[in-house]
Design a protein around this ligand. Structure first.
Ligand SMILES: Cc1cc2nc3c(=O)[nH]c(=O)nc-3n(C[C@H](O)[C@H](O)[C@H](O)COP(=O)(O)OP(=O)(O)OC[C@H]3O[C@@H](n4cnc5c(N)ncnc54)[C@H](O)[C@@H]3O)c2cc1C
Length: 533
């Protein structure tokens, strides 16, 4: 018998599936979430949580718990021949979280699961997706339960968050184009005597290869090092702490003594991506859609941003507030981001693991220079922090007028004052699970009629879809909800004389205009929402 499931079905309760389920719940949509594993993964895997992910966690209301559990890391230090070559520090990135938070992935999943349970949704464990069929109207999924029972469910949307070996992807017959790197890697979670400072991830570059040290858990370190390609296809004995110590002695910091290993492993890495993140009513997110080298620690972070991008759109469609076409923007917005991450991590991996001595010399000479400068207009630190991601090319954003900040960019933070003189940060306001319309009035806006016309552009939208704020620069008498006493908010948005900004629930600018044009704003809202129907 087929059970008709009126809610989305999420396959996979890794960090991406859990983020998606939490975000859907925050946006008012319940889902069903299944995972084939009997319990949560206990491995530390992804340690690095970047500023943009922490901003997403902040919007989800879980950032404080992550900050309490994790360890703050200032940046990346690169060493060669016993000397520190360069550092990439995140302390100056424009985010309330100017650091990398180090936390084992098992704990990330634990915090996200607890949050989900708080919303009344439990992961159904030992339930596997085995096959999918879909029509224009629904997806029919076959699930296998631990007692061998088969369940067939009909769901409007299936979200494949089932990792690198995704059943969803296979069922769609989707190619996973890419290749495996020649190099193999070793990994060890250990304690280290005579370790370097814990404020940085340390990368030791040498003729024999790269040796990375990532602090986590208060007193532990993750070691990652490349080993020659020849070791790939051999029946090698199990890797022991002594083997890792030998690599540390040859490449790591002088005198480092390793002890108390909790995880030692060899692994190979690939870089692959699917051609489409969506096929009709089935979506692929996270490792199911793209896998990269762990260099740069971007995999989990990128997947979490996939979920953050899709959840609000899917919720609006499920709640009948937006047209289904909005979902097309998930693919167009996220594919370029994933491709960019693939290219970046590929370059870092090849640069770090090259065995060509000339290439090594060039790398070691150039590193101090490139780590501080712009990388095609974007600082390396911003790139790693995923703060430079933008959706300017999306067909679902609209920019009117000039300025450095454009529709599709991440909305910047700024401090304002409310009617009682209390400080309000824009990032606090953006936590609302709805669109936020900011009317920057400049030093004053005296044309009541024009304001009246402007307000009519969104008056028929329900308050759960959009909230608006009038922001006045300086201390003038004009009516406003918030005051930008320093003028910094107006400047940050490039709207010193005034203009309109519509911030999407994921914190990106959907619409930005330096004119108060009701018709243009209305036309945009009619593309995003089901209005006047
Ligand atoms: C050693 C290592 C270090 C890493 N370091 C970092 C880092 O520092 N930063 C970073 O951002 N990333 C890092 N990554 C990558 C990161 O671990 C992955 O990108 C992340 O786990 C992807 O999350 P996901 O939810 O997409 O998939 P997964 O975590 O793989 O979760 C998929 C889930 O789907 C379930 N599932 C699979 N098939 C089915 C099915 N048929 N039915 C039901 N359930 C199913 C699985 O049981 C699993 O729970 C690292 C990875 C490794 C291996």
């Amino acid at each position: 018998m087929t059970a008709n499931l009126p809610v989305p079905l999420i396959v996979g309760a890794g960090p991406v599936g859990l983020t998606l389920a939490n975000e859907l719940a925050r946006h008012g949509v319940r889902c069903r979430i299944i995972d084939q594993a009997p319990e949560r993964s206990q491995t530390s895997k992804a340690l690095a949580i970047f500023p943009r992910t922490l901003e997403a966690f902040s919007a989800m209301g879980v950032a404080d718990r992550f900050l309490a559990a994790g360890e703050r890391i200032q940046g990346l230090a690169m060493h060669h021949g016993g000397e520190r070559l360069a550092a990439i520090d995140l302390d100056s990135v424009a985010s309330p979280f100017p650091f990398v938070l180090s936390l084992p992935q098992s704990e990330t999943e634990c915090l996200l699961s607890e949050r989900l349970a708080g919303a009344g949704i439990e992961v159904e464990r030992e339930v596997s997706l085995t096959s999918i069929e879909q029509t224009n109207d629904f997806v029919r999924a076959t699930l296998r339960h631990p007692d061998g029972r088969e369940e067939i469910v009909q769901t409007p949307w299936l979200l494949g968050c089932d990792g690198a070996h995704s059943t969803t992807r296979h069922a769609l017959g989707m190619e996973f184009a890419g290749s495996q790197y020649d190099e193999s890697f070793i990994l060890a979670d250990v304690r280290i005597e005579s370790a370097p400072d814990r404020r940085h991830v340390h990368l030791y570059l040498g003729p024999e290869g790269v040796f990375g040290l990532i602090p986590f858990g208060g007193d532990r370190w993750r070691i990652v090092a490349n080993i020659p390609p020849e070791s790939r296809n051999q029946n090698l004995p199990e890797l022991m702490l002594d083997d890792v110590q030998t690599v540390a002695d040859a490449r790591g910091p002088a005198g480092a003594r390793l002890s108390d290993p909790t995880w030692i492993s060899r692994f190979h890495i690939s870089h692959r991506i699917v051609p489409q993140f969506r096929k009709l009513r089935v979506f692929l997110l996270g490792d199911a859609a793209h896998i990269h080298s762990p260099a740069g620690g971007q995999g989990m972070n990128t997947g979490i941003q996939d979920a953050f991008n899709l959840a609000w759109k899917l919720a609006l469609v499920v709640r009948g507030l937006s047209p289904v076409q909005l979902l097309g923007s998930f693919h167009t917005e996220r594919v370029p981001v994933a491709r960019g991450v693939l290219n970046l991590t590929d370059r870092i991996t090849r640069m770090a693991t090259t065995r060509n001595s000339v290439a090594q010399s060039v790398r070691d000479f150039l590193l101090p220079v490139v780590s501080g400068i712009d990388l095609v207009g974007e600082k390396v630190a911003d790139r790693l922090a995923e703060l430079g991601v933008n959706y300017r090319q999306s067909p679902f954003v609209e920019n009117v007028g000039g300025g450095r900040l454009r529709a599709g960019d991440r909305a910047p933070d700024a401090e304002l004052r409310d009617a009682n003189g209390q400080a309000r940060r824009l990032f606090e306001i953006f936590r609302a699970p709805r669109h936020v319309l900011l009317l920057f009035l400049g030093a004053g806006f005296d044309a009541d009629e024009k304001m009246e016309l402007l307000c009519s552009a969104w008056r028929d939208l329900p308050p759960e879809a959009l909230e608006s704020h009038r922001i006045l620069r300086g201390e003038g008498d004009a009516q406003a909800d918030l005051r930008d006493l320093s003028g910094l908010a107006h400047s940050a948005y490039g709207l010193v004389e005034g203009g309109i900004v519509l911030v999407r629930p994921d914190g990106y600018l959907g619409y930005r205009s330096d004119e108060f044009e009701a018709a243009s704003l209305r036309a945009y809202l009619e593309r995003i929402f089901r209005l006047g129907q």
